[in-house]
Write a protein that binds this ligand. Structure first.
Ligand code: NAD
Length: 299
């Protein structure tokens, strides 16, 4: 079997076209969705993620405002910048670009984001509401994965999904969403992590394998069953002297090997990545529409 590729770029494009209509409707009502971005330091990867997010917002007709602080900025200054974005009436979504230069500050800074503007879905209120099935912004990457599955007509109801990686950014919210009694859930979920004894034992039983461990080529063909659906979240830089930048991007799966055995698979890049940014736009639009503050529709 040769797997069909799930084209994240194409699905993202379709979703952005759908959102353009919603954005136009909001603008007719005098609401211009806006995203506030807080960037601390000059980490090249973070700077490039922020530019990509702002560019995507601009293309979608969403305005963005960036606060860029030096890596040496003290905690109080970072909190003040977060509050500044929270209180800006023209801003509907506030994003703190992670990692912060001092990771110890992250928890406090994320908690300073107003839950009404928490477009990354990382505030404890958002995480709690998600777990309880209440209206909440769903974290962008897990939400993007649900959209990839839905739009590729992969049924999650009754399926056994094995997720590898338990971060609060990807694995755990995804496990919650997929196991929830809902249209995009109703799956039986196994969550594997760095202390799981035999990952292959679990992945071989899965209808859907989602790799989100940040380990290049962790999942190999012998670890999945014939016809499984594979979603590769990993973005890893591996050295490659032949590449212009001296490295290339590689996922958490052995793409070429798995391609001969899976029924559907996401590439890296071009799979989950484009969906993450798309769901950020989606959450910003939902926030502008008052979806969480007004108790409206979720995710
Ligand atoms: P993280 O480091 O916070 O968490 C990794 C998780 O994987 C941990 O729970 C750990 O227990 C588990 N893990 C690590 N090594 C393992 C192993 N050998 N076996 C089993 N489990 C193992 O990472 P994260 O933020 O969740 O990101 C995971 C990967 O996804 C990274 O490569 C990251 O770059 C990528 N990512 C991509 C996107 C995107 O939009 N494409 C978004 C977020 C994260």
């Amino acid at each position: 079997m040769t797997a069909k590729i799930i084209d994240g770029k194409a699905i993202a494009r379709t979703m952005r076209e759908e959102m353009a209509e919603e954005i136009a409707r909001l603008k007719q009502r005098g609401i211009h969705p806006g995203l506030g971005v807080l960037l601390v330091g000059d980490d090249p990867a973070s700077c490039s993620y922020v530019s990509a997010k702002e560019k995507a917002c601009g293309e979608a007709g969403i305005h963005s405002r960036q606060i860029h602080l030096p890596a040496s900025a003290p905690y109080d200054e970072i909190l003040a910048a977060t509050h500044d974005l929270n209180s800006d009436a023209a801003i509907h979504g506030v994003l703190v670009q992670l990692p912060l230069p001092d990771p110890k500050m992250e928890r406090g800074v994320l908690q300073a984001v107003s839950p009404d503007k928490d477009v990354d879905g990382l505030h404890p209120v958002s995480a709690g509401r998600l777990m309880l099935g209440l209206p909440a912004p769903w974290p962008c990457t897990p939400h993007g994965i649900l959209q990839l599955l839905k739009r590729s007509r992969v049924k999650t109801a009754g399926a056994h999904v094995v997720i590898v990686g338990r971060s609060s950014l990807v694995g755990r919210p995804l496990a919650n969403l997929l196991s929830m009694k809902s249209e995009q859930g109703n799956a039986t979920v196994t969550l594997c992590h760095s202390c799981t004894k035999d990952i292959a034992y679990h992945t071989r039983q899965a209808d859907i394998v989602i790799a989100a461990a940040g380990r290049p080529k962790l999942i190999t063909a012998d670890m999945i069953r014939e016809g499984a659906v594979v979603i590769d979240v990993g973005v890893n830089r591996v050295e490659d002297a032949s590449a212009k930048k001296g490295y290339r991007l590689c996922g958490d799966t052995d793409f070429e090997g798995l391609r001969e055995k899976a029924s559907l698979i996401t590439p890296v890049p071009g799979g989950v990545g484009p969906m993450t940014i798309t769901m950020l736009i989606y959450n910003t639009v939902q926030s502008a529409a008052g979806a969480w503050s007004g108790g409206g529709a979720h995710g």
